[in-house]
Design a protein around this ligand. Structure first.
Ligand code: TRP
Length: 357
């Protein structure tokens, strides 16, 4: 059985970084799964990695709306989570995620997750947690340095519970999540060794990284992030996209059009790499830019058009969605996830000898 699980903190609308880092993989998986019952096979960039894992198997796919995890750094800004649940649901459906394939559910409604989190907390030490690179970066970014809230420090354990409760063995996610998956694997191993002497309750979790696991921010400094305000949102209008592309960091030494320019670290080219389909043309543009004679404004124009062409159908679909229907999708998904969570936690209670009443 293949269980695919991924999730998003509803702390802002999704952006192009989410698209290339994770949403695109979900859509590819979805196609792969739909076609795996038929003779025809999907041929795409992720084909080799996914085919062996998907073909001839039963699978279940989950997307967890990590509202409880979102509270760990927004416990004083509750409206952020509340307002973004619906926005993220819109983003999902607008980019083509099919709620028939994916069970989309709200983390806060699955209390079994919190029970498992408590059990897993016994298997990790303070030092294990404080060594997780992604957590370290976030602690710095959020200014928690000397006063880390316990909820935030603990979120990798809660994320491990998200994955393990649903026995997920494939997790499509961005590069920054890889240390969290590794941590979840360590907890799973410890659990198996301690409580399941003669069998393995939890299988190894594999991660699926996309072809572009990290998209740089428009300022060229860090990864694209809503919090850092350096991302292009899937819900941005054409004018905003135009403005953001105008602001993009290029090569500061490329002053005159005739100057030779740098392509590495040049945000415009990174985005073209991720979104412009005609790779041959892109290579020739890069050569031209490196030699000199190609202006930033021309490359930016191409990027604006590329991104707006990509986003147009997403915007259109987004504007036709109704909140009630989206909430219904979440409610149905949550009901389904709850049934599975109840079955699985019963086995975990048995492992822990807590099924005596
Ligand atoms: N940490 C993820 C994020 O910041 C959200 C998340 C919560 C998640 N639980 C998960 C991702 C389980 C993958 C698997 O967006």
């Amino acid at each position: 059985m293949v269980n695919i699980l991924t999730g998003d903190r509803p702390t802002g609308c999704l952006h192009l970084g989410h698209y290339v880092g994770s949403l695109q993989t979900r859509i590819t998986l979805q196609k792969e799964i739909k076609l795996s019952n038929k003779e025809y096979k999907y041929v795409g960039p992720l084909q080799n990695r996914l085919e062996t894992q998907i073909n001839n198997k039963e699978y279940k796919c989950y997307i967890l709306l990590a509202d409880t995890q979102g509270l760990t750094d927004n416990f004083a800004n509750l409206h952020i989570i509340k307002n973004n649940i619906i926005e993220i649901l819109k983003d999902y459906i607008a980019v083509g995620i099919d709620p028939e394939t994916w069970c989309i559910f709200a983390q806060s409604k699955i209390h079994e997750l919190f029970e498992l989190t408590i059990y897993l907390m016994n298997l990790a030490t303070f030092n294990n947690l404080s060594r997780i690179p992604t957590l370290k970066v976030e602690i710095q970014q959020k200014g928690f340095d000397n006063s880390i809230p316990m909820g935030f420090l603990n979120y990798p354990i809660s994320q491990a519970a998200d994955i393990l409760l649903f026995h997920a063995n494939l997790v499509p996610a961005g590069e920054d999540q890889s240390c969290l998956i590794e941590f979840a694997n360590e907890l799973a191993q410890k659990y198996n060794n301690l409580y399941c002497k003669n069998f393995q309750r939890f299988e190894k979790i594999k991660m699926i990284l996309s072809n572009t696991p990290k998209l740089i921010g428009i300022d060229g400094k860090l990864k694209a992030s809503k919090t850092l305000n350096n991302a292009i949102l899937l819900s941005d209008c054409a004018k905003t996209v135009q403005k953001k592309v105008q602001m993009m960091y290029t090569d500061p030494n490329h002053i005159l059009i005739s100057d030779p320019g740098q392509v590495e670290g040049n945000v415009v080219f990174s985005y073209l790499d991720a979104f412009y389909k005609d790779k041959e043309h892109l290579d020739s543009l890069k050569e031209h830019y490196k030699k000199g004679g190609l202006g930033d404004s021309e490359v930016k124009k191409l990027l604006q058009n590329t991104l707006n062409n990509f986003l147009d159908p997403i915007r259109e679909k987004r504007s036709n969605l109704h909140n009630d229907d989206l909430m219904q999708i979440l409610e149905n998904g949550t009901k389904n996830a709850k049934k599975i969570a109840e079955q699985n936690i019963a086995n975990i209670r048995k492992d822990l000898m807590l099924n005596y009443l």
